[in-house]
Design a protein around this ligand. Sequence first.
Ligand code: SAM
Ligand code: F3S
Length: 448
Amino acid sequence: MWDNRLGMSGKFFVRSFGCQMNAYDSARMADALGGRARAAASAEEAEIVLFNTCSVREKAQEKVFSELGRARELKERRGGNLIIGVGGCVASQEGEAILERAPFVDIVFGPQTLHRLPEMIERRRQSGEAQVDVSFPEIEKFDKLPPPSFSPPSAFVSAMEGCSKYCSFCVVPYTRGEEVSRPLAGVLEEMAHHAANGAREIVLLGQNVNAYRAEAEGGVVDFAALLECAACIEGVERLRFTTSHPAEFGARLIDAFAKIPKLADHVHLPVQSGSDRVLAAMKRGYTVLEYKSIIRRLRRARPGIAVSSDFIVGFPGESEKDFAQTLALVGEIGFDFSYSFLYSPRPGTPAARLPDDTPLEEKKRRLALLQEKLEQGGRTISEEMVGKTETVLAEGRAKKGRGFLRGRASNNRAVNFRGEDSLIGEMARVRIAEATAHALRGELLRAQ
Ligand code: SAM
Ligand code: F3S
């Protein structure tokens, strides 16, 4: 039974899956609801539970449905008094079908319609009927959302949405739509808002953020120009961006690393494979040589820059020789800690129809080898940092609790150090004392 007393005055909880773009969207959902509802610490305390889902790999998608089962139990225990919403890429991909598999869901919304949440919840309340809106109203959400209500020391700002690259393995162009850039003024305003709220670092986001192109007075603004404008915003001390596509990493963006000191010493540039044959089958739009040329020029522009990447292992038809080329590239580039995934066939993508005769066990063996090599690379970089002094943005308390802080060095390495809460949000000079598995332990010299 639906309870009409439940409305927008209650508490909401957002469970976020997947990438940084989803983390950003989850914060925007909170902003959309923020004026009328408050964030709850857990689903148990909430009257509205939202799932912001990811469908890039099958595993992530199935996790959503298993967690939805738990929300259903919670709803049953409450006699139906819980609004359950499913957003993000699974919602976009499945649409109405979510309601067939999970009829207890009240609202299904896509990445581009999250700003309509308050109205959808209201309509659900009034009509008693489930609401589905997974349309792609281009960047309307940015016009409708209020300014960010909360700014962490390192804040995400979306510069563009969607992807038009159609890599043969990937669902993103189908679930998030084609590439659309936000107008320059809107991106800069949101950054300035975060800076005024106390953020020191901005991470510009987009599935292919370096494909950013916006009309502005006097012509078209590209991503390098956006970075130049962003660096002028008062209070912004460090800039990062993710994710970039190698085919869009032109000379102007490489030059930006020489010209803009606020750009962090790190770039995340997914390569996926070290084999030209596999890259062509993936429809990535670059060769291994072209990728290596970008990295070489980037290192000339910014010596010592850390490079991390994404890899897919076991793409249909990947041979032992193709895989050996991936391992060789890892050795040659000296990647930092990176992401590597087993290829996961996604419904509706061209690669899902390709014949695939490599046994799963073999794919897992390759993945383990690659991960070991990437870990080794990451550890080498960590060990080389010991004894050096880094500028670390203190982002919050470390797991150890009060008296210990966590932050990130310019090259994106996590650093834990002893320090008081008053330093949170400050740039601190920290001497690196020890390299642990995935982080560094440092000693505070002084705040900047
Ligand atoms: N825009 C980015 C780029 O230039 O490649 C990638 C965004 S994608 C959402 C994040 C990562 O997920 C990809 O780089 C790829 O490694 C991985 N990925 C995407 N589809 C996948 C699939 N079907 N199976 C395994 N991994 C996948
Ligand atoms: Fe996916 Fe390729 Fe775009 S990995 S997000 S289609 S660049």
